[in-house]
Design a protein around this ligand. Sequence first.
Ligand SMILES: [Zn+2]
Length: 460
Amino acid sequence: MSDQLTRRHFLHTVTTGAVSLGLTTQLSRAALAASEAWKAGLARAVITPQKSLWMAGYASRRKPSEGTVQELYAKALALEDQAGQRAVLVTSDLLGFPASVSHNIAERVETQHHLERHQLLLSSSHTHCGPVIGEMLRIMYPMNSQQWADAEAYTRELEDKIVSLVGTSLQSLRPARLGFGHGDAGFAMNRRARTNEEMVIGVNKGGPVDHEVPVLRVDDKHGKLRAVVFGYACHNTTAQDYLQFNGDYAGYAQAWLEKQHPGAAALFIAGCGGDANPYPRGSIELAQQHGEELAAAVEKALIGELHPIHGPLKTAYGEFPVAFAAPPSREELEAQLENKDVYHRNWAEAMLKILDRDGHLPTEYPYPLEIWRFGQDLTLIALAGEVVVDYDLRLKKELGARKLWVAAYCNDVFAYIPSLRVLQEGGYEGGGAMVYYGQPGPFAPSIEETIIGKVHDLMR
Ligand SMILES: [Zn+2]
């Protein structure tokens, strides 16, 4: 892809005219008054399906949901800086928003609420105990046509709810102060284990993880907590293939914080936990336990040292191509139709359909990247897909960790995003999962440099 073309497709930045106060020293919570130039608005909606639906994230489930153990929510935080620049963060107890659903929501938000694409950030917790959304991971689920129709109907209702949620959050904008800090929680465990030359999903005690918990505090003008946004880089898979809807550890952490702070909202943003699982895992009780550990880390950060966050708020969104490795040939795909594994057969069938229709398989994927800058005080990098922790650790090294928040599972969840290391090691996150995601094959080795390069471009 030529430089010119990528530039043309990329970087759509809006800046406000406000001047940053440039305060960078650590200040106590009492000093947050200095950052009182914001407005914040909040809204929430229950998005738990009202009927039994197929649940997202595991190929092993053989039947649809059997009730609810914890409500699922979508929540919106609207922010407006001193110059009137607005943006809305949406968080959700869902596996992820596929591109088609994000596009539908963003278009309607633009028409109805006058926010451009770069002013809307759609994130999800990656709970594996939520409903199937759109056609995401279609190859993974043994669903019948009625079950797919039910998933489609739920998805349309979800879009309606989120569009109206964004509107409600904007209507409730009131003076606010923002502060940023960190905690940490230890239950994220690298899950890429090597056995007999093969990478499998297991427990890798020496593998890379990021235990940091970024925390954004939103107070009203009197200093009372209105919302806390927090993150963690770990799969939301403690309860595993449970059949009752729940938000897993992130759902329990949010619930715990909201119980501790009546009237305040807790919003969770998933980090680069593509290659991390909670440890230990396997029950709803463990999901509650991890949720409480994460909430306690947030609580500690809330009463600790927070940096005040000033404007101006600058938001940018762009889509740029990431290349796949050379695609399989028709002969290779036809041979896969005989594979003993049903998912490989389904995948080969889907790829052959694309080949028949288009004459070729896709050679690249339009990767969405969104960055929100809060003056000199905080940068939120919102990556798409199931990003492995190497990206988070590398960006923190290259850009400085203290004022950086690296999020993943934002705006589109369409594949794992391996680093070059993980791609070369192979395994599920390195390329194996592409079958379930219905992608033509692994990414090209350029993926890490392409994405990191675009982050740097956008930061400039
Ligand atoms: Zn995942």
